[in-house]
Design a protein around this ligand. Sequence first.
Ligand code: CP
Ligand code: NVA
Length: 304
Amino acid sequence: MAIRHFLSLRDLSPAELEQVINLAIEMKAAKLEDRQEPVFAGKVLGMIFEKSSTRTRVSFEAGMAQLGGHALFLSPNDTQLGRGEPIEDSARVISRMVDMVMIRTHGQEIAERFAAYSRVPVINALTDKYHPCQLLADIQTFTEHRGSIKGKTVAWIGDGNNMCNSWINAAIQFDFNLQIACPAGYEPCADLLAEASNLVSLSHNPVEAATGAHLVTTDVFASMGQEQEQQERLQKFAGFQVNHELMSHAADRALFMHCLPAHREEEVSAALLEDTEISVVWDEAENRLHAQKALMLFLMQASS
Ligand code: CP
Ligand code: NVA
């Protein structure tokens, strides 16, 4: 059987993604009811982090431990990855010793090259282009609060970054409408937009994008690696803050999501972030744990 990777949401079929979301909801209940099975006993996850992380590292590492497995934290600072060992060589070596790998890196092509040389499933834990694990948690969170996302309308406000590109993939795979508003010059991937033109609209007007949305979501103005652009972006993104005023244009009972970490009073007001009637960011963060356990189980079973 071929090894299954998860480098973007497009690597699983819509039916498989639905299976993972349902499994995540089930595994969450199993954890709360203290009836988890050690399905990863004897299994090791290699976790390569070339960028910082709180949620991703804690959720993968805790998830493996809770299901009887082990996770290895590998950073370029203390492995040969940081001293120039080729990614293809690292992939061939690491994947002979572990059962699955997750990689957080810069270019999407680095994750793809790693996967091409890996003997075991590889999970994209964020690249400059995509953050598909976050979308699993986000879709799980929407489903738990409001039911199926199919046919609903989601608004993306802000940078056309890795999260925005992933929301476009999610619109294609989960069949919902996506209304994007970003400042001129900060649009998401043009190829993806063209491919999803029946489901996705793009404007430079946050009110237009938020209007009628069942979910409004955003992310930091400057992603990891763009810290030197922070001041310029603060100016260019003026008017793109998600707050109660912007949410007033959304549908009744619309939710707010943010992958976190958040910069209060920049892309989101502190009042909205803390408004638990609307903001589901803490459930979203928790669901990283459940969604990734489900994903790892799916990939392991589908690849064996
Ligand atoms: N949302 C997310 O991926 O957070 P971390 O960068 O803390 O992992
Ligand atoms: N767009 C952000 C997401 C962090 C989880 C970044 O890439 O830094």
